[in-house]
Design a protein around this ligand. Sequence first.
Ligand code: 13P
Length: 257
Amino acid sequence: MSRKPIIAGNWKLNNLSSASVELVNEIMDGVKNETILPEIVVAPVFVSISAVNDAIKKCGCGKVKLAAQNCYWEESGAYTGEVSVPMLQEFGVEYVIIGHSERRQYFSETDEMINKKAKAVLEKGLIPIICCGETLEQREEGITDAHISSQIKGALEGISKEDVAKSVIAYEPIWAIGTGKTCDSTEANRVIKMIRNVVAEVAGAESADAIRILYGGSVKPDTIEEQMAQSDIDGALVGGASLKADSFVNIVTGSVK
Ligand code: 13P
């Protein structure tokens, strides 16, 4: 099974709308002459999604897709401050990042909440990018695999095999996020293979073969080729290096070399 690579930029809490539009335009300009590309995804803050969607539509190149950084599982109602999946869909969002470690850590998201979000995203035909990863303490304690396995089982609970196959997982070791310390590629590949085995256990071998699993954590233009050369790494979820068009475009083009 050949899995189409994905390079996704998680812009986190950065950029006013004007800067987001400028960034997406620069990215689209940077890849306009490239013919072999991965799926390219950008995730601006909620309030910039509409403007970035307009810029993508205006370009018409179809090379960049839109993601949200979060969502709520209910469609509407008395949930002050939340944004639902149909509301994102209205503005061209195709992917939703869920369960990022920053949301787990600062906003107390649990595997159960992440599971509800994944189901809500899939029910509307969008694709969840489900994040998992261990802390440095968990790694040092030797419980990396057990922790991640339980995160994945929790996130995928009750989701059909077909929907699991369409989903994306991002393995992001927390100690590698924003630290400049990239996880060794062979170790990242080992954990990602382990995640694929967990997916096989809960959703069967076909779904495990189809699901795309990304690596995230200090991905840079000079790390991507080695990461993509690994057997099971299907792309990257990029934070800091996605905020500058040139470094993001270099990661995008480096991923398919
Ligand atoms: P950095 O690339 O800045 O380490 O962030 C990774 C990340 O958290 C992407 O979701």
